[in-house]
Structure formats: structure tokens, C-alpha cells
Write a protein that binds this ligand. Structure first.
Ligand code: AMP
Length: 486
């Protein structure tokens, strides 16, 4: 019989859980040292809940948490604490929806297990097999992290043996299902000699996730921190009315109006990403595209440039951006609103992380109003309506910033020869001529980027109050954290 131990911890605030220090978990000393090396002093809420829960009992476990909450370490720490470093059998299998997430999980494992003899291997599609086969055969990892398709391939090739797996973890399970990996995941489950303990982490409880839990999980314990989405309080969520043809100019103004931007721009289609990127590049902004048409190598180059902050903006589709984990993003722009709350939550959750403030700005046309209302209604978050800033004011701000940047540039000394020559030629120049020269050389192409003639109107008068029409919206809104899971 399917029994659920629903363990919704409602109150860090009420004192049911007091955020501990890591010492209180009594971690094996070598793991504790690894944690300490990371500079983690206090567990995040999901860690405070999950580390003791995942370290005890045989029940399957389900954690509701998003990226940015410390959920990777929340399962990596208790997992590493329970593996046998003296055995060279694979004891843990971690499934991730994307190669990027596999990297992130693998990185956290390496860091925290650094003082132990535990080894891990990463396997994912899009690259040749030999290197991965070698890392499985010769590396003798106790932990394998990978994407479902490649894991199945390696099982079929009899390279990956799951007979001794004790723990199987599904990370970002909702993303995994969204990407169509359900059948692969179920197929992987059939290859265990004995049913391992299943742990799942997911940001949302979609119907697909509930079905998977029902079919595959044994008396799962749910780990959820009330206010698990609370980090959204660190994200200022605003929206701006535009008409279709005004989106590009609106986006440009929003970007230029901010003093510094390092962020993602989400588009609906691959074609749109290219159009938006070309437009922004034509305005001298450093922009990369990330969409499904890119080869893995092109994708890697784009990600590398973005990570190194050689470009300030990445224009992407939802699918291409899955698993991107970049620290310190300041902004997420929704060039179009996504269709549902789940995607909206995933998108904006890329910023406002690790206690830093972030901004999520959405462009909304009249056709998007129902979607906007739905997102506001279901998330119970107030998105603040703001006006697209005035083009002239943005241009003025930009000019001020560019001049300040110019003056603060570090410049090397010129050679005495060159100084003499320049003196001879430039000596008689008037101030105006000199400034014009600087303008032409350095400023011309990066000033007056906004089209000052364009004005933005609200598409139609706002209704005083939103009254849900459809039956489903008419129901009492259920809180994200308290909704019934079954
Ligand atoms: P995640 O939710 O796993 O994507 O983690 C988000 C970020 O939080 C990562 O950069 C982690 O290194 C960091 N992190 C995880 N746990 C802690 C902690 N207890 N204290 C400080 N930072 C943490």
C-alpha cells in the first residue's frame, strides 16, 4: 500500500528546527573537513532538514527544493557519509537532466569528498564514449553522476554495472520529466539488482512527478521547508507593458537603465533568441545566444564566455538554459512571459541567490495579461507594474556612465617618442576639437542607443480587481507549499 509520510516542516521560525551548525550532524570527520573547506558554516534550511533525514531510515525521500537553496550539498553530504570508500563497487547513481547539472553535482561531490578515498565519474551524452568508459573501468568510482540517456547506453554496453547500487538520486526530477526522460529513468530502475533507496529532489510537484512517486517510491518521506521558495524575496519582480513591435526597444532600455547587468534573457523560440541577440549586438552590447541549434562545442564556448563575464547577457530558450548554474546573476529578463508558473519560477530563480539581490523583469503585451494574472494568482506573488523608462533619460544615463568609464580606464604610459609626435600634431587643437575626437573614437557607437521617439502605452485600462473567471481559478488558492500532494 502506498503510504506517505508527509513531513512538511512548517516552522523554522516556530522553532521546530533551529538552524544548526554542521558539527551537530555528527558527520564523519573527513566529510566534515570537506564541508568546512567550502566555508559552509551554517546549513541552509533544506540542509538542516535533509541532512539528518537522509542519513537515517530506509524510506525513500523526496526533497522539494530549487537550485540556489543549497540542495546539492543537502543530498551530497549525507550520501558521501554513507558510502564505503574501501569498496570499488558503484554504490550511488545520481541522475541529472543536463550535463551542466551533472558537472555541478560532480563538482560538489569532489569538493566535499576531497579528504576521503571516494571517487566519482561523470557520464553524459554529446561526447565520445571512450573517456567515460575509461573513467568507469579504471577510475573505479563509488558514485556515478549522469544524464539518463547516456547512463542507459552505458548499461546496455555492459560498462556500467548497477548490481551494488544502494542509493539512486534524481536531481531536478521535474526538469528530467519535462525533458522527456521518464521512460529512460524507469528503464534504469529495472537494472538494479536490489531496490536502492531512492531520493528525489524537485522544485515542483507536477502531475508527472506525483505519478512517478506513486509508481516507483516506497513510503517516501517528504522534506520540504515551509517558505522553501522564500529566497524569491531576494528577487524584485516587475513587469512592463509593451506592444509586440516594441519589445526590443523596451528590453534595450531596461538593460541600459541598470547600472550593471549580468543576466539571462529568456525568449520563446530559437529564432527569437537570434533576432534579439543580433539587435542587442547592433547596439554594442556583449551578448551570447544559447539555443537548441548550437552544437555541444558551440554551447561550451558560449557558456565559457558568459561564465568569464566576457559577455554580460545570454539570450536563451527555456530548454537550452536548463541546468545553467551561474553564480551572481543580477538580472533575468523575460522577453516573453512563460506559459506557466513552473517555468517562471525556474527562470527567475537563476538570480537572487546566495543572499544576493536579483531582479526579474518581464515584458507583457495585452495578449499576455491572462498568463500574467495566472502566474500572480498561483504564486501569490505580487509582480510590480513599472513603466519602460524614458528613452531620453536612459540615453543621458548611458552618456554619463560611458564618460565615467572612459575617465576611470587604466591607461598605460605612452613612449616618449610617441608623446613628442602626438604633441607636434595635436598641440594646436581646441578643446572642442579634442572632445569631438574622443567622441568619434570612443563614444559615438555607444551613445544614444535608445530610440527616443518611441513611447510606451498601457495596452488597456487595468481592471480594478482581478476576479477569477474559470472554475479552476475560482477555487480557494492553494499555497505552493501546503497543497495536497496526493
Ligand atoms: P545549490 O542549491 O545546490 O545550487 O547551491 C547553491 C549555492 O549555495 C552553491 O554555490 C553552493 O556552493 C552554496 N552553498 C550550499 N550550501 C551552503 C551553505 N551551507 N552555506 C553557504 N553556501 C552554501
Amino acid at each position: 500500500m502506498y503510504v506517505v509520510l508527509l513531513c512538511i516542516i512548517t516552522a523554522l521560525e516556530k522553532g521546530i528546527i533551529v538552524l544548526q551548525t554542521f558539527e551537530e550532524f555528527n558527520l564523519p570527520p573527513l566529510i566534515a573537513r570537506g564541508v568546512q573547506d567550502q566555508g559552509y558554516t551554517q546549513p541552509t534550511p533544506i540542509q538542516a532538514l535533509a541532512i539528518p533525514a537522509l542519513s537515517s531510515g530506509n524510506h525513500d525521500k523526496i526533497g522539494l527544493a530549487q537550485t540556489g537553496t543549497g540542495k546539492t550539498a543537502a543530498f551530497v553530504i549525507p550520501l558521501l557519509s554513507q558510502l564505503d570508500a574501501s569498496s570499488s563497487a558503484i554504490q550511488a547513481l545520481i541522475l541529472t537532466p543536463t550535463r551542466e547539472l551533472a558537472y555541478q553535482v560532480g563538482g560538489e561531490i569532489s569538493k566535499i569528498s576531497t579528504h576521503t578515498k571516494l571517487r566519482s565519474a561523470l557520464v553524459y551524452g554529446g561526447v565520445p564514449y571512450p573517456g567515460q568508459i575509461r573513467s568507469l573501468n579504471q577510475g573505479k568510482p563509488q558514485i556515478v553522476v549522469g544524464t539518463p540517456g547516456r547512463i542507459l547506453d552505458l548499461i546496455d554496453r555492459k560498462v556500467l554495472k548497477l548490481s551494488q547500487v544502494k542509493f539512486c538520486i534524481l536531481d531536478e526530477a521535474d526538469e528530467m520529466l519535462n525533458m522527456g526522460f521518464l521512460e529512460d529513468v524507469k528503464s534504469i530502475f529495472t537494472h538494479f539488482a536490489q531496490k536502492p533507496q531512492l531520493w528525489m529532489f524537485s522544485a515542483t510537484m507536477s502531475t508527472g512527478i506525483k505519478r512517478l512517486i506513486k509508481q516507483e517510491f516506497n513510503q517516501p518521506e517528504f522534506l520540504q521547508v515551509e517558505g522553501g521558495l522564500d529566497h524569491k524575496k531576494d528577487i524584485e519582480q516587475t513587469y512592463y507593458f509593451v506592444q509586440g513591435s516594441q519589445r526590443r526597444e523596451a528590453l534595450l532600455r531596461l538593460i541600459l537603465n541598470e547600472s550593471s547587468v549580468y543576466g539571462l534573457i529568456f525568449c520563446q523560440t530559437k529564432l527569437e533568441t537570434v533576432g534579439v541577440a543580433q539587435f542587442l549586438q547592433s547596439k554594442n552590447l556583449a551578448v551570447e545566444v544559447l539555443n537548441g541549434d548550437l552544437t555541444q562545442a558551440q554551447r561550451d564556448v558560449a557558456m565559457k564566455r558568459f561564465r568569464k563575464k566576457q559577455v554580460q547577457l545570454m539570450v536563451c530558450t527555456d530548454v537550452a538554459a536548463r541546468g545553467i548554474d551561474i553564480e551572481n546573476l543580477t538580472h533575468v529578463f523575460n522577453y516573453n512571459l512563460p506559459n506557466d508558473l513552473e517555468s517562471y519560477t525556474h527562470r527567475i530563480g537563476r538570480t537572487g541567490r546566495n543572499g544576493l539581490k536579483g531582479k526579474a523583469m518581464s515584458l507583457v503585451s495585452s495578449a499576455d495579461i491572462p498568463r500574467l494574472r495566472k502566474i500572480q494568482h498561483t504564486s501569490k506573488v505580487e509582480l510590480i507594474e513599472k513603466k519602460i523608462p524614458d528613452g531620453r533619460k536612459v540615453n543621458e544615463k548611458l552618456m554619463q556612465r560611458q564618460l565615467e568609464n572612459l575617465c576611470s580606464e587604466q591607461v598605460g604610459d605612452l613612449s616618449p617618442d610617441l608623446l613628442v609626435k602626438m604633441d607636434q600634431v595635436l598641440h594646436g587643437l581646441e578643446r572642442d576639437q579634442l572632445y569631438s575626437l574622443i567622441y568619434n573614437l570612443r563614444l559615438k557607437s555607444s551613445l544614444n542607443l535608445c530610440d527616443e521617439t518611441m513611447t510606451f502605452q498601457k495596452p488597456r485600462p487595468e481592471k480594478k480587481e482581478y476576479k477569477p473567471r474559470s472554475r479552476s481559478y475560482g477555487r480557494k488558492p492553494r499555497s505552493y507549499t501546503r497543497r495536497r500532494l496526493h
